[in-house]
Design a binder for this molecule. Structure first.
Ligand SMILES: Cc1ncc(COP(=O)(O)O)c(C=O)c1O
Length: 362
């Protein structure tokens, strides 16, 4: 808090690098664009927390409108969201084991924190934890719609698990989750749309089968930044779990140019050698799962090598001490590496936001 007070209003030059920097105007533009796209439609957005892990950003998303609640990948993220005042969370993942199911149940004392399931054992332990805590946990059965990660097959397998959830005291069957993660990054928009329709068909058919079998489905949740528009228009899909759209990254910028890059990593050049410069961040400070970071505002420059604490940049005229702004290829893992984001507007520090979910991988 005292660091924040001493920094607000100061020029961005005082930021010690490497540091995560947020452009608040770009963030607001992204949130507005997403909210507008869903206005007046039955489908809502349930923004994924994992892309920024920052409770302040989550509240901005809730305020932007068209929102069902927040999605989290992990229990520990959900704990941060609830502690920060978010009242409706979906853990779009399996929460397994006595300790974690007990913590999930405890969260439901003050908020609605739903969870995805895909196994009988997990359903049983969730029911036990809910009964012990004297709460009801809302459950979505996860359906594998082509990504081949978690989830049971659509149709009878899903119906069978939904029946068990319905019959388990302490649990409430709320619906289905199906994430078309295999489609979100397909570069060609037409091909991406086609794969979305193909993936979502069995999910919405399963919804109808559940309803026909007398099991009301309140929520069918799926979708990401790459597919938000097509998934969000499919009848029978209630929520889109897009997350990356808020802050964006270099990989998603290629697929979704309509959203602005709001998150960058500010670095300092620490060495200039014949034909290249070295900046003071490496894979421990910038998510590189989709390749090396891009150099902002310098299309002529290229990061050609990333090691733990260094990036090697060619094509950049730089001197030792110069600031270089990098755009991570993968934003979600980048935010996991920092405990705060500097909100910078017009070259001045406007605020410093904590990244409460940083390191929350349990
Ligand atoms: C379950 C789930 N839902 C939604 C998303 C969407 O996130 P993004 O907006 O980054 O595409 C992800 C990303 O990995 C996910 O795992």
């Amino acid at each position: 808090v005292s660091e924040r007070r001493s920094l607000v209003g100061k020029p961005a030059e005082v930021i010690v690098t490497p540091a995560l920097v947020l452009d608040p105007d770009a963030l607001e533009a992204n949130l507005t664009l997403m909210a507008e796209g869903f206005r007046g439609r039955p489908c809502r957005v349930r923004p994924h927390f994992k892309g920024h892990k920052c409770v302040t950003v989550a509240h901005r998303q809730l305020a932007a409108g068209s929102i069902a609640g927040i999605t989290c990948a992990k229990l520990a993220e959900a704990e941060q969201c609830v502690a920060g005042g978010v009242r409706d969370v979906l853990v779009a993942n399996q929460v397994v084991g006595e300790e974690k199911t007990r913590r999930l149940a405890a969260l439901n004392r003050g908020a609605t924190v739903r969870v995805a399931v895909d196994s009988l054992d997990n359903i049983a332990e969730l029911g036990e934890a809910a009964r012990q805590a004297n709460v009801t946990i809302g459950v979505l059965v996860e359906v594998d719609i082509g990504m081949a990660r978690c989830g049971v097959r659509p149709g009878p397998e899903t119906l069978a698990l939904a029946e068990v959830v319905t019959a388990t005291e302490g649990l409430r069957f709320d619906g289905l989750q199906g994430y078309e993660g295999h489609a979100v990054m397909i570069p060609d928009p037409e091909e991406r749309r086609r794969r979305v329709v193909e993936a979502m068909g069995p999910l919405t058919e399963t919804r109808r089968a559940l309803e026909a079998a007398g099991m009301p489905v309140r929520i069918v949740s799926g979708g990401g930044t790459g597919t938000y528009d097509s998934t969000g228009k499919i009848e029978g899909i209630d929520e889109v779990q897009a997350g990356s759209y808020a802050l964006m990254d270099a990989a998603y910028k290629k697929v979704r140019p309509e959203f602005a890059v709001a998150r960058t990593v500010l670095t300092t050049v620490i060495s200039v050698q014949d034909g290249y410069a070295i900046a003071d961040v490496g894979s421990k400070g910038v998510g590189c799962e989709f390749g090396p970071p891009s150099v902002a505002d310098h299309p002529e420059a290229e990061v050609v090598k990333v090691s733990e604490e260094h990036v090697k940049v060619v094509g950049l005229r730089a001197r030792v001490g110069d600031r270089v702004t990098l755009i991570p290829s993968h934003g979600c893992t980048t935010n996991n590496l920092y405990r705060k984001m500097y909100v910078v507007k017009g070259g001045r520090i406007e605020d410093v936001w904590p990244i409460e979910g940083s390191g929350c991988v349990e």
